[in-house]
Design a protein around this ligand. Sequence first.
Ligand SMILES: *[C@@H]1O[C@H](CO)[C@@H](O)[C@H](O)[C@H]1NC(C)=O
Length: 275
Amino acid sequence: MAVAHLLLQLSAGVNGASRNRMLIPAILSILQLIHLAGVDGAASFRFTNACQHPVWVGALHGASSPPLASSGFYLARSATSRLDAPSSGTWSGTFWARTGCAVDSATGRFSCATADCGTGDVACQGRGPAPPVSLVEVTLAAPGSGGQDFYDVSLVDGFNVPVRVAPSGGGGDCRPAACAGDVNAMCPADLRVVASSGSGGVVACKSACSAYGSARYCCTGQYGTPATCRPTNYSQVFKSACPSAYSYAYDDTSSTFTCSGASSYDVTFCPGTGS
Ligand SMILES: *[C@@H]1O[C@H](CO)[C@@H](O)[C@H](O)[C@H]1NC(C)=O
């Protein structure tokens, strides 16, 4: 907006209507370019469902961040959708895919086989997912601040669907973060969540923390620091399937990604093995 105001003042200062007729379209197309590049605007989140099945996206804003326009929505196979981050201030939040969702014909309640948010509705309304769930975590710097965004894929609460988050249009490292591998197929028997109806296949893989609740697996108590909470035989299963995702709470060194001024974050469910 400030840029637009300045450029229009400049064009008004040029003598002669004929020059203005040339200048104004040129200025408008420059402004369009600036807008497309996201220089003066907030980032958007673009969701793509590349899975062979529908997903119901969940979106949860951080405690000190405003909610987005939707907290949960249906995303058909091959469909895309978009949510915009707020135009000012920092924003943090998480995204995930729910699977195996249906409305109970007797009660009218909506619920999902994995990552249900417990509202009985497609909207999650400020509630988070029930683990196991693959989480996309994002913290965006205030638009125009030049600060860094942080993003990651976390398997700290287990895994349900492969997912990738990739910035576009930013500067800096800006690599995609992903868990593209099918952890369900390699899930240790004692961590498997099996579909209650249908095929009986593995629909999700618990974290060792939620399966056993021990301080060692949960990085709590005497294991509550990066130095004392080390990889375990369970976290190593997640790490080998998904090297760039968090496999346990203090798995920071290989799992946090940064980018500055990205215009969008593309969240793809079932991205395939390409990055
Ligand atoms: C991990 O180690 C524990 C013993 O420390 C063992 O009981 C368990 O079966 C192992 N799990 C895997 C997946 O290797």
